[in-house]
Design a protein around this ligand. Structure first.
Ligand code: NDP
Length: 479
């Protein structure tokens, strides 16, 4: 199936008529083409957005809200179709796309459709000076949203929904590796009555199409989720142009397990936090630290559970782990397994590609558990972003805190303990944007979301996102 750009409410071929192949990770075959959009296409998208902005930014909150909620409802109506498309494009199980990705994309629109009606700004009376200040929160204008391949529609809409809710017009680019549901979203936006040009979706390579968005002089804010190296590049390009930037980047998240935890709950959740979405979630707990006294028990139980996970074709209902997203990506992950062996890591289970009958060219990999000799080895420091976790024991709280913080990343941490004082001590000292205690990936869309250190700059979610997508202007009235 060939997909097109969505510009000014219409589906359009790229100006230069250049196309890229789109692969299905489950069988390794090309199943369609996507536009290899140029600067000219981005300029067309920008012009459409610019034209739409005066009206959209003045559209009442009630109307904007109703359109966003309508998009949400239509996503729910089309759940099966979107879930199948997401799975085919990305390799994730259809069951996962159906329960997580697409429902969350719908929630993103519903949440921000509602949130904008509750968003308020501050006022400050300058006592004794007969003046009052109030803050006007105005949309920025045309903004750019760029998202990765791991949670395609989920993360794409997590940016677009608050941008639109707060009155901006958008030029957006999904990952070239997983463009399908972003394409389908255009149809839904038209059906929901989103005016032409308010949202424009341009497909193509990061280094050309994405680059044209970030260096466009009049796209004044960039919301980006992706790798840390790309984030650094975007910052370099955008900073001298004084663009507003929100960067959600990589992670190497610690999962810290104390002996006093609720063991069974911890074990089941840890399997999930290690391998959900083939381990391709920025929040996966890829470094597992276990208190010494339960280390051997955990190791046996965890490996047994991991070995029983079913790797299979994404559309098979019993599949728990589908295909990795692309050939280069599975090669990268396998290289890290090789590095682990060279670093004297012990492969406790997994480590090999799997051949699935009738889909022999798909990108399947066994879930892999590596026992590492120390926390400083490369597989414990670098983001692998696949179905690979490391495990190692720790003796004291101080020791594990130090190891947890000794990476360049700082996105999330998971803590398993029933000791409240310890929970508070560690929550205060962990250098991450999110700390989950006795749970993982439990999300409330009102909370600030983002990372410290090399995991990013800024926060998304709730009013933080609406603040990002608006300019604060102080108005001071002397009376
Ligand atoms: P990339 O950084 O490679 O790509 C992300 C997006 O940026 C893609 O749309 C890509 O396009 C685009 N892009 C690439 N180069 C440029 C450029 N020069 N200018 C503008 N856009 C560009 O990341 P991945 O897609 O490989 O995603 C995986 C990464 O994302 C992991 O590091 C993961 O941790 C991180 N991530 C972070 C999350 C968070 O919330 N902190 C959540 C999810 C993932 P194209 O794909 O077409 O090249």
């Amino acid at each position: 199936m060939n997909i097109k750009n969505y510009i000014n409410g219409q589906f359009q071929n790229p100006e230069k008529d250049e196309w890229l192949d789109n692969y299905c990770p489950a069988n390794g075959e090309i199943y369609g083409q996507i536009p290899n959009s140029s600067k000219t296409d981005v300029e067309k998208a920008y012009k459409a957005a610019k034209m739409a902005f005066p009206t959209w930014s003045q559209t009442t909150l009630d109307k904007r809200s109703r359109i966003l909620i309508k998009i949400s409802e239509l996503l729910e109506t089309n759940l099966q179709r979107f879930a199948e498309a997401e799975s085919k494009d990305n390799g994730k199980p259809v069951s996962l796309a159906k329960t997580i990705d697409i429902p969350r994309a719908a929630s993103n629109f519903r949440f921000f459709g509602n949130a904008i009606t509750q968003f308020a700004s501050e006022s400050h009376e300058s006592v004794g000076q007969q003046a009052i200040n109030f803050t006007l929160r105005q949309p920025i204008g045309v903004v750019g949203c760029i998202s990765p391949w791991n949670l395609p529609l989920y993360l794409f809409t997590w940016k677009i929904a608050p941008a639109l809710a707060s009155g901006n017009c958008v030029v957006a680019k999904p990952s070239e590796i997983t463009p399908m549901t972003a394409y389908l979203l255009g149809e839904i936006c038209n059906e929901a009555g989103l005016p032409e040009g308010v949202l424009n979706i341009v497909h193509g390579l990061g280094t050309s199409t994405g680059q044209a968005i970030i260096e466009h002089p009049n796209i004044k804010a960039i919301s980006f989720t992706g790798g840390t190296a790309t984030g650094a590049h975007i910052a370099k390009v955008a900073a001298p142009m004084f663009k507003k930037l929100s960067l959600e980047l990589g992670g190497k998240n610690p999962n810290i397990i104390f002996a006093d935890c609720d063991y069974e709950n911890m074990l089941a959740t840890t399997v999930n936090s290690s391998f959900a979405n083939q381990g391709q979630i920025c929040l996966c707990g890829s470094r597992i630290f276990i208190e010494e006294s339960i280390y051997e028990k955990f190791k046996t139980d965890f490996v047994q559970k991991v070995k029983s996970l079913k790797v299979g074709h994404p559309s098979d209902d019993s599949t728990q782990i589908g295909a990795l997203v692309s050939k280069p990506h599975i090669e990268k992950v396998k290289q890290y397994i090789q590095i682990a062996k060279e670093e004297e890591g012990k492969i406790l289970c997994g480590g090999n590609s799997i051949s699935i009958k009738n889909y022999e060219n798909g990108y399947y990999l066994e879930p892999t558990v590596i026992e590492v000799p120390n926390d400083e080895c490369r597989v414990n420091q670098e983001e692998i972003f696949g179905p690979v976790v490391t495990i190692m024991p720790f003796k004291t709280e101080e020791e594990v805190l130090q190891m947890a913080n000794k990476v360049k990343y700082g996105l999330s941490a998971t803590l398993w303990t029933n000791d409240l004082k310890r929970t508070m001590r560690l929550s205060n000292q962990l250098q991450t944007g999110i700390v989950w205690v006795n749970t993982w990936m439990m999300r409330d869309l009102r909370t600030p979301f983002g990372g410290m250190k090399a995991s990013g700059v800024g926060r998304e979610g709730g009013f933080e996102a609406l603040r990002f997508f608006t300019e604060a202007k102080n108005v001071c009235i002397k009376y």
